[in-house]
Design a protein around this ligand. Structure first.
Ligand SMILES: *[C@@H]1O[C@H](CO)[C@@H](O)[C@H](O)[C@H]1NC(C)=O
Ligand SMILES: *[C@@H]1O[C@H](CO)[C@@H](O)[C@H](O)[C@H]1NC(C)=O
Length: 334
């Protein structure tokens, strides 16, 4: 109890997880679309281009607005991006929107559709809303990413990711997703080799389909997504029941674990499904859950596992990301 009190006192004193973040930290690269002072940048991409790329720790602070641009990050710097907000703990009041409308059928690859493409290590984003409007713009369904994360030690905090198919690519390295809103219908959290920890997020489906589609190329890749204490719900306008699944295996080595998940009745009683009837990909999967609540008629297929409480307890953030995770994860959001 004393240590909890001390910790929260230290957090407040350092301004970590503060209630608002409405002015740039000193030394920050400042993006201001509406009113750019000398030394500031009108777009996020201009600020990224200005980074020293010499292994520095840099901060980008973005004032409110809707930024219609694709952001590509590939630098040796460790980059922390803060969106202006009056409440750092609630994505509902985020004021920085980054918007593209790009589908893979147009760009020729999945990665090149993403609103933000992270191709280097040690990047963190806070209080950003990332939109890929491809599906909403009336185009034929295609892969349309809001985030493409290839970098290791990547963190997303209190941010929103909006699309329909393949919204969030957690592709490689170690990654953490804390207190975000992740929206989509088809395979909307996916990737091949990342180890990723998801905690405190709302997973909001806007159509029938599967939340995760993990596709490691072999059992030795080490891919693992662990979801701890998240909520699955419908985004507004989607009402059908029983058509959303925790995952389907893009490859037969998919490893996905959901612990202490609260679900609404959009979730199918089976929780998990095959990739397809002609290509089930279920031979070597780890599809496991524990403490799923919100629907009462759960009936898992034979390839899925209901963990015991002691098995569930082994899937800690330290197990997923390594015992040095606190060196790069913002633990004030755990
Ligand atoms: C930047 O934008 C905000 C409004 O979004 C404004 O209040 C602020 O004064 C702007 N200008 C500079 C130079 O920071
Ligand atoms: C990186 O470049 C910036 C800007 O030129 C400079 O201020 C800084 O000292 C450099 N840092 C390192 C680690 O070289």
């Amino acid at each position: 109890m004393l240590s909890t009190l001390l910790l929260s006192f230290v957090s407040v004193a350092l301004g970590v997880n503060a209630a608002s973040r409405t002015s740039p930290p000193s030394g920050a690269y400042v993006v201001n679309q509406s009113d750019t002072a000398s030394g500031q940048y009108a777009t996020i991409s201009d600020a990224i281009d200005a980074l020293p790329d010499n292994g520095s720790d840099v901060v980008i602070f973005i004032y409110p607005g809707t930024y219609n641009e694709q952001v590509y990050i590939d630098t040796s710097d460790s980059v922390t991006i803060y969106g202006y907000t009056e409440d750092t703990t609630s994505y509902d009041v985020n004021q920085v929107n980054v918007v593209v409308s790009l589908g893979a059928s147009e760009t020729g690859s999945d990665d090149t559709t993403a609103t933000i493409r992270v191709h280097s290590d040690n990047v963190a984003i806070y209080n950003l809303n990332l939109y890929n409007e491809w599906e909403n713009s009336g185009n034929a369904q295609s892969q349309a990413l809001a985030l493409s994360a290839y970098g290791s030690n990547f963190g997303a905090y209190v941010s929103c990711f909006y699309s329909y198919q393949d919204t969030l690519l957690a592709e490689s390295g170690n990654q953490v997703y804390l207190n975000n809103y992740i929206n989509g219908a088809v395979d909307y959290i996916w990737g091949q080799s990342a180890r990723a920890w998801f905690q405190g997020n709302t997973l909001a489906s806007n159509g029938p389909g599967t939340i995760t589609a993990a596709g490691p190329s072999s059992s030795s890749v080490g891919q693992l997504y662990v979801f701890y204490d998240n909520k699955v719900t419908a985004s507004s306008g989607y009402t059908t029941t029983g058509e959303v699944y925790f995952g389907r295996p893009w490859s037969e080595y998919a490893h996905v674990v959901f612990i202490d998940t609260t679900v609404s009745d959009i979730v199918a009683p089976a929780l998990w499904e095959e990739w397809s009837s002609s290509e089930p990909n279920t031979a070597d999967v780890l599809f496991a859950d524990y403490g799923t609540t919100g629907i009462s008629d759960i009936s898992r297929p034979s390839f899925a596992t209901l963990l015991t409480s002691s098995e569930a307890a082994t899937y800690t953030i330290s197990y997923v990301l390594g015992s040095d995770y606190a060196d790069w994860v913002d633990t004030s959001y755990l």
